[in-house]
Design a protein around this ligand. Structure first.
Ligand code: GAR
Length: 199
């Protein structure tokens, strides 16, 4: 049984999709050991409580990045986490944090990386006028939205889309992409050649 640790800062819909897939064993042989938020007001924390999953709020405000990261890493270690899933965790991890868990941290980003890293990726893509948008699940390395790509899903941009309708269709794909990626990493043999994830 593998222990997942979820880090989030907000609504938590990706976390909820992962939790549903763990419960229905679409993600096999795993449990969510802890959900950690850096924000007291994160909706995802309420959802986790409702689902009976252990939660922790470790506020980041006013702390040096690495000091906060040390608290989070200690909590993850106490919960014997095997894989960490960033699910709308709107904080850059320090290089120190990343080094503690080599190839054990995943992130989801709402664009087809390497296009549109950073904040409001869906809006960036819409404003740029791309015809195909999407989402990416990737390993976290020391650079923003950068590590080896595990799963990508594309989403066509429609004539009558606005940035909200587009973001909603991307989010639907995020909810399946993340669980697919978790299954690949936990339950399949894989290797990484250069930047290429092969399973
Ligand atoms: C998701 O769209 C996720 O891809 C994005 O934040 C949203 C969180 O939604 N993450 C990033 O932009 C990270 N760079 P959720 O809280 O409902 O899962």
């Amino acid at each position: 049984m593998k222990n997942l640790g979820i880090l989030l800062s907000g609504r938590g819909s990706n976390f909820e999709a992962i939790a549903a897939n763990v419960a229905s064993v679409k993600i096999a042989d795993a449990r969510i050991a802890v959900v950690i938020s850096n924000r007291t007001d994160a909706g995802g924390i309420q959802t986790a409580k409702r689902l009976g999953i252990e939660t922790l709020v470790i506020p980041s405000k006013g702390k040096e990045r690495e000091d906060h990261d040390r608290e989070v890493v200690t909590a993850l270690q106490q919960h014997q986490v095997d894989l960490i899933c960033l699910a709308g965790y709107m904080r850059l991890l320090s290089p120190w944090f990343v080094k503690q868990f080599p190839h054990k941290i995943l992130n989801i980003h709402p664009s087809l990386l390497p296009a549109f890293p950073g904040l409001e990726a869906q809006q960036q893509a819409f404003a740029y006028g791309v015809k195909v948008a999407g989402c990416t699940v990737h390993f976290v390395d020391e650079e923003l939205d950068h590590g080896a790509i595990i799963v990508q899903k594309s989403v066509p941009v429609l004539e009558n889309d606005d940035e909200h309708t587009l973001a909603a269709r991307i989010l639907e794909q995020e909810h399946t992409a993340y669980s697919e990626a978790i299954n690949l990493v936990l339950n399949r043999e894989y290797r990484i050649v250069g930047r290429r994830f092969l399973s």
